[in-house]
Write a protein that binds this ligand. Structure first.
Ligand code: SF4
Length: 297
């Protein structure tokens, strides 16, 4: 998609599964931007701002003139779902008008983005192609969420995920392995499992918390944070998976930050994944693990 004339404000992020999608930047940055573990939108040029509607339309037209066959669109940046129902509706109408083969539209989404939209409005957006929302829940533990300034709770996240499901949209939930540090590892794992059990998301992924720019920002509100070592990360992941009670959720821990790749459907493949984790904990030399240099942080 690099040849397409889009006026990106860099850096631009997208989930790994949106590699083949047109990334349409309808907002710049993240409207919250306070999570202390997140460095995605901390550069000065990433200060949050919705893109002007006429600019969004011109970009859609520009792409359509050279590549009208676009099928998938990811609305960037960090929480495009913060836009009002009216704006999102308009963008989806344009996407349908200019890309006749459009199959699905997706976006990152904060639980708070869903609060001011009704189930009927979300269902209408679904009818226009909005299909999957990537929700960075990070943790289901309220204390950990408070310490990292997520601005959400387990209850607010579950409410949003349930509403997403009621509207017929799919959700992909991300949990950050290690976010509670050593002290809160157990409650982070168990309460995160409780949260996903209540929400039954379509997709679930765990990533390992990492700080390419250092831990200072996180420590501002979390002075007792201690990064877990590899074995402790596996133990926490195991505890989390052990407590999940999911009926049909596609699970992945294949993001570049993970040492151990796990893939399967929960609950069907839960025992197999727990066995793999046990092996990684007790006999790491018998399991293919990513080396530090192979992890994309
Ligand atoms: S809501 Fe998401 S994008 Fe925004 S600061 Fe938090 S983790 Fe980063």
């Amino acid at each position: 998609m690099s040849v397409i004339p889009l006026n990106y404000i860099e850096p631009v992020f997208r989930p790994p599964s949106e590699a083949g999608s047109l990334i349409l930047q309808v907002t710049n940055g993240c409207s919250w931007n306070k999570c202390t573990f997140c460095e995605m939108y901390t550069a000065p040029q990433k200060k949050f701002k919705p893109k002007q509607e006429d600019e969004v339309l011109s970009e859609i037209k520009a792409v359509a003139s050279s590549q009208p066959s676009v099928r998938r669109v990811f609305l960037a940046d960090g929480d495009a779902m913060v836009l009002s129902y009216r704006r999102l509706h308009q963008i989806l109408v344009w996407l349908n008008e200019y890309f006749p083969n459009l199959q699905r539209v997706s976006s990152y989404c904060l639980p708070r983005n869903i609060r001011n939209k009704t189930v009927a409005e979300l269902a209408e957006l679904k009818s226009l192609g909005l299909d999957i929302l990537y929700v960075g829940a990070e943790s289901g533990d309220d204390l950990v969420l408070e310490k990292v300034q997520k601005g959400e709770t387990q209850a607010s996240t579950v409410d949003a995920l349930v509403k997403i499901k009621q509207a017929g949209l799919r959700s992909s939930v991300m949990i950050l392995n290690g976010l509670g540090g050593r002290r809160y590892s157990e409650q982070h794992a168990v309460n995160s499992a409780n949260m996903v059990n209540l929400a039954q998301p379509d997709y679930l992924a765990t990533l390992v918390v990492s700080f390419p720019l250092g831990e200072q920002r996180l420590r501002s509100g979390f002075d007792d944070f201690d990064m877990l070592n590899q074995k402790e990360l596996f133990r926490e992941e195991r505890l989390f998976l052990e407590h999940t009670d999911l009926s049909k959720t596609i699970f992945r821990s294949d993001h570049a930050s993970n040492y151990l790749v796990l893939k399967g459907v929960l609950g069907r493949d839960k025992v197999a994944m727990l066995n793999k984790l046990d092996l990684a904990i007790d006999n790491p030399e018998m399991v293919p693990l990513r080396q530090e240099w192979q992890r994309g942080l």
